[in-house]
Design a protein. Structure first.
Length: 269
């Protein structure tokens, strides 16, 4: 898959790739180990899944850890978090209190400091309701979780994923780039992205194009979109069969979840 294997980025970031490649995870989940140069303790972001013993190499290669952070609750990011934190004697913090261990829920705009490492929390719902991104000012980087992927585009899956918040979050990310605070995107799947603004602009245009395709499919199906028709359980599949006709059917299940979110968004406008 294009040879992405993780590695070291900037002065503070190291990506340890989890061995869980797949259709939805690309090369695997990126576990980020962040450490201020010369510091003893690190911050570990998205310690990842159980697959193939990821926990053991992460434990041995992460050194002393002061804090574990979760970008969102999906199991391929959070599954080993509690056990990993127990091994390291530190807390787990996330936006959702259900995934916190010995720590408070994260707060939008919160400034975290671990042995001189500065990280700022930015709530970016859309992919999930509890999605966050993390600004790493020292490297001009934004850890995007699954809101922005290293290849392709993310899934906004109904009901947890919602397009209104998604668009707002992408715009918030754009403002960080336009303000000069962010230059590069460090995603939770796939390679680092140096053209931050170009990628974010593409994400907006791609989603707008998909919405236009859904509207065209509704016209082709002769289905007026109303709040009631948007609740029709059969409609998303019918739309997928039109919009994604040239896409492998193995991708139709996540596509249907995305279409559900698109229909909700369009019906509410």
């Amino acid at each position: 898959m294009n040879g992405w294997e993780g590695g070291t980025f900037g002065a503070r970031g190291r990506c340890l790739l989890a061995p869980n490649p797949g259709m939805m995870t690309l090369d695997g989940t990126n576990t980020w180990i962040l450490r201020e140069p010369g510091a003893s303790r690190s911050v570990v972001v998205d310690p990842g899944p159980v697959e193939d013993g990821h926990l053991d190499p992460l434990t041995s290669e992460s050194g002393d850890v002061g804090l574990v952070l979760l970008t969102h609750h999906h199991f391929d990011h959070s599954e080993v978090a509690a056990e990993f934190a127990a091994r390291k004697g530190c807390a787990v913090r996330a936006l959702d209190p259900a995934y916190c261990v010995d720590g408070d829920p994260l707060v939008d705009g919160e400034e975290l400091d671990v042995d001189g490492l500065s990280v700022r929390v930015v709530t970016t719902p859309g992919h999930t309701a509890d999605s966050i991104s993390l600004v790493l000012p020292g490297d001009g980087a934004l850890l995007t979780g699954d809101m922005v992927l290293g290849r392709g585009t993310t899934v906004v899956a109904h009901p947890d994923g919602q397009l209104g918040p998604y668009f707002d979050s992408i715009e918030r990310m754009r403002s960080l780039v336009l303000g000069g605070e962010v230059r590069t995107l460090w995603p939770a799947h796939g390679p680092v992205l140096d053209d931050a603004l170009g990628v974010l602009d593409f994400y907006v245009s791609h989603r707008r194009e998909r919405l236009a395709q859904v509207e065209a499919a509704l016209r082709e199906l002769d289905v007026p979109l109303t709040p009631e028709s948007a609740e029709d359980e059969s409609l998303p599949r019918r739309v997928v069969e039109v919009v994604y006709a040239d896409v492998d059917e193995s991708l139709w299940v996540p596509a249907e979840l995305s279409v559900r979110a698109q229909l909700k968004y369009l019906a509410a406008r």
